[in-house]
Design a protein around this ligand. Structure first.
Ligand code: FES
Length: 164
């Protein structure tokens, strides 16, 4: 799309097409789009005369880059050893089943992105789930779902203007 090409052109111009500034360019692209759409990466690679694989390698190496749209909320479930032994797998299963989302994925309505991490340093109150930075201790499948259903209640819809 012309609009998309313009975004890439502006970003490339901002850094004088300096390939050494690839990461800041990708950060700017992500700031514009919310993630790194493949078409845009393709366009950026073309303008910098770089192979797409190089941009893809950067995008997958740094955890701060996202190749898929993120949800409005960030849900993190600890699956470290203690949380695991205290029931994290059942919580994860319940979330995946109820919201049709796998770990690392985003719900179709983009309500939240669900990720699993190892030990968040709160083993004494395991299992732990973190929603937008807020810790929920000693969660169960039921209490985790209750928290997540609460997210949806505050937002009638997070799909905006039919964005794709
Ligand atoms: S294993 Fe979950 S907080 Fe340590």
């Amino acid at each position: 799309m012309a609009q998309d090409d313009k975004i890439i052109e502006q970003i490339v111009d901002r850094y004088d097409a300096d390939v050494g500034m690839l990461i800041p360019m990708m950060q700017d692209l992500q700031a514009e789009c919310g993630y790194l759409p493949l078409e845009q990466l393709h366009s950026l690679a073309k303008q910098l005369s770089l192979p797409l694989s190089r941009l893809y390698a950067v995008a997958t190496f740094y955890a701060s880059f996202h190749l898929a749209p993120k949800g409005a909320h960030e849900v993190t479930l600890c699956v470290g050893t203690v949380c695991y032994l205290k029931g994290a797998p059942k919580i994860s299963e319940a979330i995946s089943r109820e919201f049709h989302v796998e770990t690392g994925g985003t719900t179709r309505d983009r309500l939240f992105t669900f990720q699993a991490v190892n030990c968040v340093g709160a083993c004494a109150v395991a299992p732990v789930m973190i929603v937008d930075g807020k810790y929920y201790n000693g969660v169960t499948p039921a209490s985790a779902l209750e928290v997540l259903y609460g997210l949806g209640k505050n937002e009638t819809s997070v799909e905006k203007d039919g964005e794709t």
